[in-house]
Ligand binder design. Structure first.
Ligand code: ASP
Ligand code: MG
Length: 415
């Protein structure tokens, strides 16, 4: 779909996305402008995508939540999308101040069409006519990330962190082969350096690994961005806007020389575990519960069922985990559908820790090494899930650091 819209442009187009911290203050916006103009003078035709200034989207979320934490819909997306508008305008001013020609563009002006799933909208198509013609005239398009527009002209947003997705989708639409994502860190790390001091920079990561990292809470790249990059084989270069050196390349596995068994230890500190006890045994209850959650766009992560304490054989205990941000909606829904006898226990101070690596596919024994770390430290594992390149466990937040460091050492990732 995306590539069908592309117009062939005879220019060296490079889509560059600048995240919130890169445009977090006027001085930083000025730096970005200087850098973009330098790249242009080196023969690139930059197409810029920006996020809101750092902290701004959170501020807008708080305003909405203070009014009504349950409201989601057109007005919520309109509110959140306003942060990007400010950043686009300021960066355009900074570029023009330096003598460049630039054009500020919101999603409706570039035709970034999405479905109507507010707060989690998906891009359907991008009309590249306007951007291509600006590039032809050496005008730098500065495009608002994170936002889109529905068929009937409502503003939508793509989910938190969604500017990455705008950038990669735009690269695909323009038939580019690489996309630069600028952040405040120089590279993707083998673990979050704030948690694991011995984390190291990764030169390359496969699409598959990056998707797993994004889905288990690494905030490095938006999940959908990596999904689109994999589909259209677009290399993502994740790098710092404060330094002038290569960061991490996210690309197809075939381009890599060798793959470690585990390439990263990733964590998600905002996991909430919900225990329902007792609930009716059998698939009917589960099907209804998870369908209702899905209707609300709540992504349930790990699900386990076990015997309930009650003597009835027709009941069981259910655990599942959700992102913290979906808790109010989930609680409201549970109130609607559960009978009085079911006790709902919300376990908030939980974290998910995962090891990820495409090399796992060819190496047995990874799970044994993983659980040994927990056993040696007497750390309770609440929920577990695996894929062919990932193992995740939910633990108490207070034990996260200890476990993360030990896993990092166990899988030979320490610097
Ligand atoms: N400003 C939006 C957010 O904070 C989108 C983004 O930064 O990618 O989630
Ligand atoms: Mg981001």
């Amino acid at each position: 779909m995306l590539e069908e819209m592309a117009m062939q442009v005879d220019k060296n187009i490079v889509v560059k996305k600048f995240g919130g911290t890169s445009v977090g203050a006027l001085e930083r916006i000025e730096n970005v402008a200087t850098r973009v103009i330098r790249d242009q003078s080196r023969g690139e035709s930059p197409v810029i995508v920006v996020s809101a200034m750092s902290g701004e989207t959170n501020r807008l979320v708080r305003l909405a939540n203070d009014l009504d934490p349950y409201y989601r819909g057109a007005a919520y997306d309109m509110l959140l999308a306003s942060g990007e508008q400010v950043a686009v305008a300021l960066l355009t001013i900074a570029l023009e101040k330096r003598g460049a020609k630039a054009a500020p563009l919101l999603a409706h002006q570039v035709g970034i069409q999405t479905d109507a799933l507010f707060s989690k909208a998906r891009i359907r198509s991008i009309d590249t006519t306007k951007i291509s013609s600006l590039v032809e005239q050496n005008i730098i398009p500065v495009v608002a990330g994170f936002q889109g527009v529905t068929e009937d002209d409502q503003i939508t947003t793509l989910g938190r962190g969604g500017s990455d997705t705008t950038a990669v989708a735009l690269t695909a639409a323009l038939k580019g082969s690489a996309c630069e994502i600028y952040t405040d860190v120089p590279a993707v790390y083998s673990a979050d350096p704030r948690l694991v001091a011995k984390a190291r920079e990764l030169k390359t990561v496969t699409f598959e690994e990056m998707m797993e990292m994004a889905s288990v809470g690494s905030k490095v790249l938006h999940f959908r961005a990596v999904e689109i990059a994999a589909k259209y084989n677009i290399k993502i270069h994740s790098r710092s806007s404060f330094e002038d050196r290569d960061g991490t390349w996210v690309m197809a596995e075939e381009n890599m020389l060798e793959n470690p068994v585990v390439s990263s230890v990733t964590h998600d500190p905002s996991t909430v575990v919900i225990q329902l006890n007792p609930v009716p045994a059998g698939a009917a209850f589960l099907a209804n519960l998870f369908a209702r959650l899905a209707e609300k766009n709540i992504v349930v992560d790990i699900i386990t069922q076990s015997a309930s304490d009650s003597p009835s054989a027709h009941t069981q205990r259910l655990h599942f985990s959700i992102p913290e941000e979906d808790l109010p909606q989930t609680q409201k829904l549970l109130q609607e559908i559960l009978k009085n006898e079911t006790e709902v226990k919300v376990m908030r101070d939980m974290a998910k820790i995962s090891v990820i690596g495409v090399g796992m596919k060819n190496h047995p024994g990874v799970a044994a090494r993983f659980f040994k770390i927990f056993k040696e430290r007497n750390v309770d594992v609440h929920l577990v899930t695996t894929s062919d390149i990932k193992i995740s466990a939910v633990v108490a937040k207070s034990q996260l650091k200890e476990v993360a460091e030990a896993l990092h050492t166990e899988f030979d990732l320490d610097v």
